[in-house]
Design a protein around this ligand. Structure first.
Ligand code: BGC
Length: 349
């Protein structure tokens, strides 16, 4: 069958290659892949900067944002042929650490977890894949191919889950004003979940035209094409989704009293910028500020994400997918154009 594979560590090695049918040892549920979302991590993998193949394999099947249709599932799997499913990305480490042992693999302590399509495990960008039912999450059939947005939604569902757990440190915590940095897919989905919670959501991004300002406005949130420092001052929660070092520093330097700052953007190191650690420390201590990082998601977060997508306006969600291309033309959607939000590779029909 056809699959989109790379030689990890080698730039521009992405190619459609022929691979074996998925082995039964991968799981009892056989899934026909319909769509694969492309994110910054995939671009890094394709540049050769990230990603590792499974032991015994030179190439890695990429694709961690997926949507598929169940072809076969055993009785008792909770799934039947025809169901739309999304495969969870991370698998627990083999030890397992105390988080992985209870299904909280997104908090793995020893780094020996695997991630399908990213780290030591093949992804979902093949015509078919197999999966254990405990790692397949059913999505509302009404969503159709918008179900491919579930993996990035699970990432922001986790961020919100942890923000709310931290907020609960004070029984009087009421997150009134939310600031999201970056109006890419993660920022927009984080804004969606904030609006669904009834918050006053603000999104800051550089774009002054294209789809982003109206996507934010149509959500009922407020768009700012301003420097971050101008809009951070009164936010109770800041979700940083750009990973841009200067934006991160600006956010840390301008957070309000009692603010919770959640960092979700994975940046590459190697460039240094000025940062007044003493001043930021003093403001954080005197303001009871919390800054934390958030990555990945466990099954609870996928289920929360699926519930959030099911009640979202499908016409708004549809505008997040700005371009699609069939597997053979994957290169078209691996390239970012200025008006892109989320691009998608289509595989089956
Ligand atoms: C994925 C996460 C993953 C992270 C680090 C992100 O793009 O959405 O599931 O944990 O990359 O590999």
């Amino acid at each position: 069958m056809r699959a989109l594979t790379v030689l990890p560590g080698t730039a521009s090695s992405a190619a459609v290659t022929d691979i074996d049918e998925p082995p039964e040892t991968d799981g009892s549920v056989l899934v026909e892949t319909l769509a694969i979302g492309v994110c910054g991590t995939d671009l890094e993998i394709c540049r050769g900067d990230y990603g590792t193949a499974p032991p015994g394999s030179d190439r890695l099947v990429i694709g961690h944002e997926s949507l598929g249709r169940v072809m076969e599932a055993p009785a008792g799997a909770g799934l039947v042929a025809g169901d739309l499913v999304v495969g969870i990305v991370r698998r627990p480490d083999p030890v397992p650490c105390r988080h992985c042992a209870i299904g909280e693999w997104d908090m793995c302590r020893n780094g020996r977890y695997t991630e399908r399509g990213i780290k030591d495990a093949h992804g979902y960008a093949s015509e078919r894949y197999r999966i254990d039912p405990s790692f397949a999450v059913k999505v509302d059939a009404k969503l159709g191919d918008l179900g491919v947005l579930l993996e990035p939604t699970s990432v922001v569902a986790k961020a919100w889950d942890h923000i709310e757990r931290i907020g609960a440190r004070s029984p009087a915590w009421v997150p009134e004003r939310i600031l999201i940095c970056g109006a890419g897919p993660i920022g927009l989905l984080a804004a969606l979940l904030g609006v669904q919670r009834g918050h006053d959501v603000h999104v800051v991004d550089l774009a002054t035209d294209g789809p982003k300002p109206s996507l934010v406005a149509d959500l009922g949130a407020t768009y700012h094409a301003d420097p971050v420092g101008k809009v951070t001052g009164t936010a109770d929660v800041i979700i940083e989704c750009t990973g841009v070092p200067q934006v991160v520093v600006d956010v840390l330097g301008h957070s309000a009293t009692d603010a919770i700052v959640c960092l979700t953007g994975v940046s590459s190191g190697g460039r240094t910028i000025p940062f007044d650690a003493g001043e930021v420390n003093r403001d954080m201590v005197l303001g009871n500020d919390v800054v934390f990082g958030s990555v990945n998601a466990n099954r609870r977060h996928y289920e929360a994400g699926a519930a959030a997508l099911a009640i979202a306006d499908p016409a708004w969600l549809a505008r997040l997918i700005t371009r699609r291309a069939p597997l053979e033309q994957f290169a078209d959607v691996l390239e970012r154009r200025p008006d892109d939000v989320k691009t998608v590779i289509t595989i089956g029909s």
